[in-house]
Design a protein around this ligand. Structure first.
Ligand code: RNT
Ligand code: ZN
Length: 419
């Protein structure tokens, strides 16, 4: 290992030339919560005591050994990954990760079915976020909250209501707000003749869920849009226009938009949407993912778009108004490695974004110095960032560079391969 302290001192001096306080930014980065999704650990299978695979237009591909088979294994795997992920973390659960003794259907889930998760989170000092599971269920085949069948729609409204109550329970147990993400896969393989009816039903369902749970405290609700799902290529009820319209028309602080980086047309980017949304909304929920040609949910990379999103949040001064969650599921590699790589990359992009000379660039812009603005922004792309990142990881005792890899390999040998 090279001299981390020396590297950090050099970087600190480099950034100081541009008025950037590295220590302050490391602290800022560290205190920004990232919500780590539980579903990377078992390929979105969940813990319900019933048969049936993943559906709803999303897919995991690959059959790497060692997926978690029960709650204990999943929690152990999350803890293992967390050993190498710096900064404040929350854990993001889906309703399908209930731990009832016998089968309990989605509309009947209660806080008690999530008590083990809450106990564990309290013990570890973690916040919990939540997601209704409007997919992978026999009743989700012909729509959920937008279903034409009123019995089916009622079932899913009850699920949404149950989930908001569980969110409040998490808030009360952990003392930290629970961010709930509502995503429905509802759509059609072909373009429907009636494209308005499903939207009006979806709108009415959300209204009923929120109306019935008006008393719920400590919960923030993201409404997640999507462009298409596998098998539902032509129509999505919860499209971007629908979700944005819904959130904006409600004008209620706890109802916000969820932007998933894989849910747009290939040349559309989330980083370019944030400035417009913040003109109307106080907060936003992000699902950081990596689409490769489609909404493939590859592990988050330290790529241009992830960096651009974080840069934009810092430039807008909206880091504190943004809930950052990860959402990917790769079954073709070691699942702990997937978490470590994806969450570290998300945090890394955030730290790099905090180390940009925002004031300097803003001043150039205000002065009409467009050449200077471009020059400064470009210069910073090659700043000695990794020296700060390594030092930060070491300071947090989360492993420098590839330190984590050997450990994760040993865990694979000793634990995962024995499953
Ligand atoms: C699906 C959405 C959704 C899911 C999770 C499992 O396209 O992105 O957020 O990935 O709820
Ligand atoms: Zn998502």
């Amino acid at each position: 290992m090279y001299d981390l302290k020396k590297g950090y001192e050099v970087a600190k001096e480099y950034y100081a030339q541009y008025g950037i306080d590295v220590d302050q930014m490391m602290e800022r980065c560290d205190q920004t919560p990232l919500s780590m999704h539980c579903w990377q650990g078992d390929d979105v299978r969940g813990l319900e005591k019933r048969e049936g695979g993943l559906n709803g237009g999303i897919q995991t591909t690959g059959d790497y050994p060692g997926a978690a088979r029960n709650a204990e294994e999943l929690r152990a795997d999350i803890e293992k990954a967390m050993q190498f992920i710096p900064g404040v973390l929350k854990v993001n659960l889906h309703a399908s990760y209930q731990e009832a003794d016998t089968f309990v259907d989605r509309n009947a889930i209660k806080p008690e079915h999530f008590a083990n998760w809450a106990d564990w989170a309290v013990e570890k000092g973690l916040g919990l976020d939540f997601n209704p599971t409007y997919f992978s269920h026999p009743k989700s085949e012909n729509g959920t909250l937008s279903a034409a069948d009123e019995e089916v729609r009622k079932f899913w409204i009850e699920h949404g209501i149950a989930c908001r109550r569980i969110g409040e329970y998490f808030y009360k147990r952990t003392g930290k707000p629970c961010v709930i993400n509502h995503w429905t896969p509802d759509g059609d393989k072909e373009f429907p003749i009636d494209t308005l009816g499903p939207r009006l039903r979806l709108k009415d369902s959300y209204d009923r869920i929120f109306e019935a749970t008006k008393d719920v405290e400590g919960v923030i609700d993201g409404i997640e849009s999507k462009v298409f799902g596998i098998g539902m290529e032509s129509f999505t009820a919860g499209s971007h226009e629908f979700c944005m319209g819904y959130v904006m028309s409600k004008g209620i602080d706890h109802i916000i938009m969820t932007l998933d980086t894989g849910h747009y047309h290939p040349t559309e980017v989330v980083s370019a949407k944030l400035g417009a949304i913040f003109a109307f909304s106080k907060a936003v929920l992000l699902h950081v993912s990596r689409p490769v040609r489609w909404d493939s949910d590859h592990v988050v990379a330290f790529d241009d778009e992830t960096k651009a999103i974080m840069e934009e949040l810092v430039r807008l001064g909206k880091l504190d108004s943004t809930y950052i969650a990860t959402d990917f599921f790769d079954a073709s590699i070691n699942r702990i490695a997937a978490w470590v790589i994806g969450l570290r990359n998300t945090r890394k992009a955030l730290l790099q974004a905090l180390l940009q000379p925002v004031d300097m660039m803003k001043k150039a812009e205000a002065d009409g110095d467009v050449s200077g603005r471009l020059a400064i922004a470009q210069e910073f792309k090659a700043a000695p960032f990794s020296l700060v990142w390594d030092y930060y990881c070491d300071k947090q005792n989360k492993g420098v560079g590839l330190d984590w890899l050997e450990d994760v390999r040993a865990y694979e040998k000793d634990v995962l391969l024995k499953r």
